[in-house]
Design a binder for this molecule. Structure first.
Ligand SMILES: [Zn+2]
Length: 196
């Protein structure tokens, strides 16, 4: 049986999301048919607003204004400590652990020549500039993998030797990913950071 077009369109949108198959998409869409017009409007306008989401001009975290709330926090600025992460979800996981009180820099991934991801595809030059201007210590919270290790070495080479560059210590297997670790494990990883 064919779905009404208006419903099918919504199902099609949900199936674009990671981890959402046809059945889940249909169940979620059916749930939406029970919402009233006002609720649906707010849902739709919330999605629409995503198109105006900004990236912080400093750390590249997603935010509502030109700078994120972390970069404008004077207490965090004073620490002169920068944590480099692959993406914003890693940053959120670290924030949830409550272990880190400096600022962040989102790389946007790791070096991966096979996928054509070189230094120009990542926010590496911006990182070097920021460190030169404002930081004395850098902690690399890059996930452990061959590409992650190569990215850390590459960054270390680019930064002045006067900068203390550390990498968080993973008590987790290679392939472990920050965003899936619990707060305690992340805290331990920061405690076990070591100089590169
Ligand atoms: Zn920021």
């Amino acid at each position: 049986m064919e779905l009404p077009l208006k419903l099918q369109n919504v199902v099609d949108q949900f199936t674009k999301l990671p981890g959402v198959g046809g059945k889940t998409a249909l169940r979620q869409s059916m749930m939406l048919t029970k919402w009233n017009a006002r609720e649906l409007q707010f849902f739709a306008s919330s999605l629409n607003e995503l198109s105006t989401l900004k990236q912080c001009a400093e750390c590249l975290i997603l935010c509502d204004h030109e700078f994120c709330t972390l970069c404008t926090n004077v207490k965090r600025q004073e620490k002169k400590l920068l944590c480099v992460v692959e993406n914003m979800t890693d940053c959120l996981a670290i924030e949830n652990s409550g272990q880190f009180h400096g600022l962040y820099h989102v790389l946007g991934g790791v070096l991966n020549p096979l996928l054509g991801i070189g230094p120009d595809e990542l926010n590496i030059q911006k990182l070097v500039n920021r460190v030169a201007e404002k930081f004395t210590e850098v902690i690399l919270a890059i996930n452990p993998s061959v590409e992650g290790d190569a990215t850390c070495s590459y960054i270390k080479e680019l930064l002045p030797t006067s900068i203390d560059v550390r990498r968080i210590g993973f008590g987790v297997p290679i392939g472990g990913h920050l965003e899936y670790l619990d707060a305690m494990t992340i805290s331990k990883a920061f405690e076990n950071s070591r100089s590169m």
